[in-house]
Design a protein around this ligand. Structure first.
Ligand code: F6R
Length: 629
């Protein structure tokens, strides 16, 4: 199945809700490689025809695997970019080229510095242009694209606002390259890159929707569950200027390429019974009945035969005989996910419980990609596991030092410097003063030297110890792995290696856990969470011959990604109002906490409301988990 060639065969019926060509792959790596191979073929073809290939490029984490493959093709297979002209979609306004978050820097680090493209064939909007000159500069950008012969291929990602480039809601179909103000959601999503939302630029220069629509071919990529809802709206919803990606429905040669997670809200996956025959097993039955109950806003036990028939679920009804039987089946399944004993309840029949009864005290590893993640997402469950006598270890996979603001580091280094001076600790004083001057030298957005990152990591360790105490976890139950990929990288452009897997393997072999709680399996594959999960999955795979593995269950929790939907939940751990308050207090121990993390308890409340409206017991809040292995 070619990505760049539009398919000529009629689209299968199950895609009938999709208004733009949409290809779904198991992961992001194979389509990124395929797209790179097809792009390479187009570059070679243009070369043979004696013309230049004009390529429109995007930044962000989405195209990173694509760029890595282009670099590989250049280095290992001799692909030359000498006849390629590139135009990037956008640039933050007000950032110098050498700012680590400028798109100029990003593109050079991620692609241009590793291939043979002549610098004068690279075009990126200039973020440093004076406001009064920006209109002319934007017009000139359009002219340059036209003079190059127009874009042969435009690569796109999609933001959670539905933006392509930085065409935020409200951008019109014919908009051109221009200055725009960034949406709140977009600025929030960039907060960790800039060490806080307040540092994210307010304005950017972007190609317009009209500029993109003029490209001869457009490929939009999206990975991870966070994009699933906006992808559905762009692919299946009406064309609207509140979701600029929806305009691509009107482009003759636009293709969306998605991984399973980003595609999960499309009708063919979300409600497959509406577009094809479904084999009704336990899982699909639960998915369908929960959907029906939510769609009709009726508790599961109140659904009637007509509800099933009128919503494409008559086959399911036939299988169960009547609505009542199907309702009871799903009600029981949901009921059995609820447990106050996340480590299993010893001495109780575990046939219908999410976790095994034995052993009475389990060895539990709770993996937290950055130190705050596990507390934010499963602080209540952590507390229960400890109270119920399990042998719990919280493993911080990375130091999290990228999260800590300079101001915090300055405060700590300042205190150390004064203490050292007062008590005549010469070495420590010199050390603290060195950190203070390094902070000064690098300025607000310079890259942190090793010492500074180390101090920031220590600060976070201290905050985590405090937070963990609030969840009843002692200091000796916390392990810091400091995975190497994180120490050498920046958000959206980490490069994990075998060393990360080895570190995970060592911890698994040392603890030989019965339960592992982890996150990141549905996240954007270039995200920190996904890298952490992959290192676990690979280490787990490597332990195939270890005996402990047969007895080890993996539970997935959700962090930044979309919360689990009720039909996806395999274990629902209810929280009392008191527990929820304690969790909030624990979260607030982190100075570097972000708004979406502060709001995590809201999502716990939402889980409880969802269960309540399905007709289950009414709890204050619920932490939810999915069995992954
Ligand atoms: C970047 C751009 C944006 C991103 C979008 C997704 O040049 O134009 O539209 O493609 O914000 O960003 P990531 O890939 O980081 O999720």
């Amino acid at each position: 199945m070619s990505i760049l060639k539009s398919s000529v065969t009629p689209r299968p019926v199950e895609e009938r809700y999709e208004r733009v060509r949409t290809l779904v792959f198991d992961s992001s790596s194979s389509p990124s490689q395929q797209l790179a191979a097809e792009t390479a073929a187009a570059i070679r073809k243009a070369d043979e025809e004696g013309r230049k290939m004009v390529l429109g490029l995007a930044t962000g984490s989405t195209p990173v695997p694509f760029y890595r493959e282009l670099i590989r093709l250049h280095q290992e297979e001799g692909l030359s970019f000498k006849n390629v002209v590139t135009f990037n979609l956008d640039e933050y306004f007000g950032l110098n080229r050498d700012h680590p978050e400028s798109y100029y820097r990003f593109m050079h680090d991620q692609l241009f510095d590793h291939i043979d493209i002549p610098e004068d064939q690279v075009h990126i909007p200039d973020g440093t242009v004076a406001v009064e000159d920006s209109f002319a500069a934007c017009q000139a950008y359009e002219t340059m694209i036209d003079e190059a012969g127009g874009l042969d291929l435009q690569i796109l990602g999609i933001g959670r606002t539905g933006h392509i480039g930085f065409n935020e809601p409200g951008s019109t179909r014919d908009s051109q390259t221009r200055m725009i103000s960034l949406d709140r959601v977009t600025r929030r999503d960039a907060a960790s890159d800039f060490l806080g939302e307040e540092n994210v630029p307010r304005f950017a220069i972007t190609m317009g929707v009209g500029t993109i629509m003029k490209a001869k071919r457009v490929v939009l990529m999206a990975w991870g569950e966070n994009k699933a809802e906006i992808v559905r709206q762009a692919v299946e919803g009406d064309v609207t200027d509140s979701i600029s990606a929806s305009f691509l429905q009107e482009h003759e040669k636009a293709t969306f390429i998605l991984d399973q997670s980003a595609a999960s809200q499309l009708t063919r996956y979300r409600c497959p019974w509406l577009v094809r025959s479904v084999e009704w097993d336990t899982k699909s039955t639960r998915q369908a009945v929960v959907w029906l109950s939510q769609e009709l806003e009726k508790p599961v036990l109140k659904l009637v035969d007509e509800d099933y028939n009128e919503h494409g679920m008559s086959e399911l009804l036939t299988k169960h005989g009547n609505a009542y039987e199907a309702n009871i089946d799903v009600f029981n399944q949901l009921q059995h996910t609820i447990t106050g004993w996340p480590g299993g309840k010893f001495g109780a029949d575990d046939t219908d419980r999410p976790e095994r009864e034995k052993p009475e005290s389990k060895k539990v590893l709770v993996l937290s990609p950055e130190p705050q993640d596990a507390i934010v997402s499963m602080g209540g469950t952590l507390e229960r596991l400890i109270e119920q006598g399990h042998d719990v270890t919280l493993v911080c996979q990375t130091s999290g030092n990228l999260r800590v603001a300079d101001a915090e580091a300055r405060t700590f280094a300042g205190v150390l410097s004064e203490m050292a001076e007062a008590s005549d600790w010469g070495d420590q004083k010199a050390y603290a003063d060195q950190i203070l001057s390094q902070l000064e030298e690098k300025g607000d957005f310079g890259i942190d030297p090793k010492n500074v990152r180390w101090l920031k990591g220590l600060i976070l360790r201290g905050e985590l110890r405090d937070a963990a105490r609030a969840c009843k976890l002692e200091e000796k139950q916390i392990r810091f792995l400091d995975l190497p990929f994180y120490e050498e990288g920046r958000y959206r452009r980490f490069s994990p290696t075998e060393a990360d897997v080895t570190a995970m393997s060592e911890i698994l072999e040392q603890f030989q856990p019965h339960q592992i709680f982890a996150t990141g399996h549905v996240a954007d594959p270039s995200s920190l969470q996904a890298h952490c999960y992959t290192s676990l999955a690979q280490a787990f795979e490597k332990a195939a011959k270890s005996k402990w593995r047969d007895d080890c269950w993996i539970w997935g929790y959700r962090g930044k990604e979309k919360a689990l939907e009720p039909f996806e939940i395999d274990m629902a751990v209810p929280m009392s109002p008191g527990q929820l308050e304690r969790k909030k207090a624990a979260i607030h121990k982190f100075q570097s906490i972000r708004q979406d993390e502060i709001e995590a308890p809201k999502s716990n409340r939402q889980n409880a409301r969802n269960y309540d409206s399905l007709g289950m017991a009414e709890y204050e809040a619920i932490e939810a988990f999915q069995r992954l292995g």
